[in-house]
Design a protein around this ligand. Structure first.
Ligand SMILES: [Zn+2]
Ligand SMILES: [Zn+2]
Length: 348
């Protein structure tokens, strides 16, 4: 008989591929939820139940899941997984593939501490599997209550959890690290929605506008320029706030003086995010070219709210390639140490 595979890893891989392909959340949850439940079974019970055919009696385990587990334990790649893998290939052109390959990590991702769907360690494991050196964990800040933004106390707590998970990676000889961070709201006056003390302790700070998106252009410009001048902010997230498709409907771009904003980014050596979420694809290419001409640095990020979405970086890469953004202008082509040093240089 073939060696058994890890059925839980197979279930998580299925969830990852479904997410990446934008499948309905409930289908993804079925697999991820089953994996989490089965992980809690006492040693040997999974095997015993598959043998006895009683796996389905467990709540949250459906026919497809049970079949996948059985195939996996028998040492075969589950048929369901094999089909997904076969259709999961992305046809990237050469330049996009090369840029994607040059990225060492992702600077914008959420966990279930704010409005993401998965725990920190699952996001981290998925990022490591993609081949990243690091993932910057950027959950929301307090004022974004709809997204369960983290209070100063919860962020403190999160920092301790991240340190523990990283110590675990180190313990098993993995070089992958979670970098600490935040997606901090840029408030109406351009200030940032977290204490200076905490912002100063984070590896990387993404700042985004999530409120008053219809501010008058001069107000919005001042707001963004003020935020870019703040030594704590490293990356300006999804700068226009537009939504071009998807369940939340569409939303027009915020209006601001792009040249002035991008000039401020250059002056303070901050990065403009190229957001890879399909409903954002922000900034639009028109502005991406303006930012490039201004001399900006960029960060190609997924803004992932689930593990499978960590694979959306190719969206941002293909846009960067289309606009002629060279790899050395993209901060996440740097290794983790250099990235953190670049971010830290803003406070000096
Ligand atoms: Zn955001
Ligand atoms: Zn975000």
């Amino acid at each position: 008989m073939a060696n058994p595979r890890d059925p839980l890893a197979d279930l998580r891989r299925i969830a990852f591929l479904l997410e990446r392909a934008h499948e309905a959340t409930y289908r993804v949850r079925a697999f991820r939820g089953a994996a989490a439940k089965l992980a809690k079974l006492p040693d040997g019970e999974l095997e015993a139940r598959v043998k006895a055919g009683t796996l389905r009696e467990l709540p949250g385990v459906g026919d497809v899941t049970a079949r996948c587990v059985a195939e996996s334990l028998a040492g075969e790649e589950p048929v369901y997984l094999r089909r997904l893998e076969a259709t999961a290939g992305q046809d990237l052109d050469e330049a996009t593939a090369a840029l994607l390959n040059a990225l060492k990590g992702d600077c914008h991702a959420h966990s279930d501490w704010s409005d993401g769907g998965s725990p920190i360690d699952e996001m981290a494991m998925a990022a490591a599997q993609i081949g990243h050196e690091y993932l910057v964990l950027t959950d929301h800040s307090p004022r974004l209550t709809v997204a369960r933004g983290l209070s100063a106390e919860r962020l403190e707590e999160q920092l301790a959890v991240v340190a523990e998970i990283n110590a675990g990676f180190e313990g098993i000889g993995m070089s992958f690290r979670i970098l600490t961070g935040i997606e901090v709201d840029i408030l109406a006056d351009g200030s940032l929605d977290q204490t200076d003390e905490l912002l100063g302790r984070l590896d990387v700070v993404v700042g985004s506008v999530h409120s008053n998106l219809k501010d008058e252009p001069d107000v919005m410009t001042r707001r963004m320029v003020t935020a870019l001048a703040n030594p704590h902010l490293d990356i300006l997230g999804h700068c226009t706030g537009r939504l071009i498709t998807g369940g939340r409907g569409t939303r027009p771009e915020s209006r601001f003086d792009a040249e002035q904003v991008f000039r401020a980014a250059v002056e303070h050596d901050k990065a403009i995010e190229i957001n890879s979420r399909p409903e954002r694809l922000d900034p639009p290419k028109r502005l991406l070219r303006v930012a490039l001409e201004a001399g900006c640095r960029f960060s190609i990020d997924t803004d992932a709210h689930a593990p499978g979405q960590l694979d959306w970086l190719s969206n941002g890469c293909s846009r960067a390639v289309a606009c002629g953004v060279p790899a050395d202008r993209i901060v996440n082509t740097m290794g983790g140490k250099d990235l953190v040093a670049w971010a830290a240089s803003h406070g000096q």
